[in-house]
Design a protein around this ligand. Structure first.
Ligand code: NAP
Length: 273
């Protein structure tokens, strides 16, 4: 099953639209943005979209989603009252208006997405509900270097327990945009904080303690986040590459090097080839 990703763009002072409700200043680079790797990756990996009624209403003509919207996938719109006339759909893009709340919307979207991700589109209310209900696995936030001075504040209402985060990635994009990714750490009953990645480890075929003996949980999560499930996969990388991976520290690096050496293996740059 894929991840649930909250994706949005906000101003440097934390707003997702301005006082007039416009997102223009946050998407002044829209044409360039469509060609960036994070956006292409998001479109590739998204199997279903969840949005609130207000975000849905941003399109002047709701029929324009079909064939034009970036995400041509099933879309689930949270609302108290579905529109009288359903918008136009295609084989790929369908609309489901969900009146049963955020858990129902995310649950239905996960089923529709299958192995792909569910992307929750930017708007404040829907994102906040998702965070508060502990339904999101990752935050993908783009910061635009503008001050809006007012508008909807994305993280206005995430009490009582704001989530703890772990950085996955920071990227500079054209036009001054900065792309940030975080795992949302999940608190489980009587347990320490876990990411979805480390939780999946227990559930399925993810990395195990025996694959990465003695390595700390943050370092293990960094490897998992990069798709490295087995110690042997490390031999494809140089020590410098592993170091770069999410800021892997010298202790973790040393432990990985030792674990490889114990098995007669080494990082790529230590083989002398
Ligand atoms: N910066 C970005 O990346 C970005 C992206 C998208 C949007 N935006 C901005 O965000 C604005 C929208 O944000 P928003 O916080 O106002 O709203 P939103 O989350 O898009 O929509 C809120 C509306 O969705 C419905 N809804 C939400 N939760 C519900 C629930 N649990 N059960 C039933 N219905 C529910 C309600 O509509 P009804 O009661 O009317 O049915 C509610 O008024 C847009 O206008 C746009 O300016 C920014």
């Amino acid at each position: 099953m894929g991840k649930v990703i909250l994706g949005m763009t906000m101003s440097l002072d934390g707003f997702v639209n301005d006082q007039d409700g416009s997102v223009g200043a946050l998407y002044s680079d829209l044409d360039t943005l469509r060609d960036t790797e994070p956006m292409r990756e998001s479109i590739r990996n998204t199997g279903a979209v969840v949005m609130g009624r207000n975000a849905f209403a941003m399109a002047e003509d709701p029929d324009s989603y079909a064939g034009n919207y970036e995400y041509q996938v099933p879309v689930f719109v949270l609302t108290h009252q579905p529109p009288k006339r359903p918008p136009k759909e295609t084989d790929a893009l369908t609309f489901t208006f969900v009146t049963g709340g955020i858990e129902s919307a995310i649950g239905q979207a996960k089923v529709a997405a299958g192995d792909k991700d569910v992307t929750v589109i930017g708007a404040a209310s829907t994102s906040q509900q998702c965070l508060k209900a502990g339904l999101a696995d990752e935050l993908h936030i783009d910061i635009m270097p503008v001050f809006l001075g007012g508008g909807l504040r994305l993280f206005e209402d995430i009490d009582p327990v704001p989530p703890r985060l772990e950085r996955i990635k920071v990227m500079e994009l054209p036009g001054g945009r900065i792309h940030l990714r975080f795992h949302i750490l999940k608190q489980e009953k009587g347990d320490s904080v876990k990411t979805t990645a480390s939780k999946n480890k227990a559930d399925s075929s993810g990395p195990s303690e025996s694959d990465f003996p003695k390595i700390s949980q943050p370092a293990l999560r960094a490897l998992t986040g990069a798709g490295i499930q087995r110690l042997e996969q490390l031999t494809k990388f140089s020590e410098a590459e592993i170091k770069q991976l999410h800021g892997m520290g010298p202790k973790a690096l040393g432990q990985l090097g030792q674990a490889l050496a114990d098995r007669g293996l080494s990082f790529a740059n230590k083989r002398g080839d």
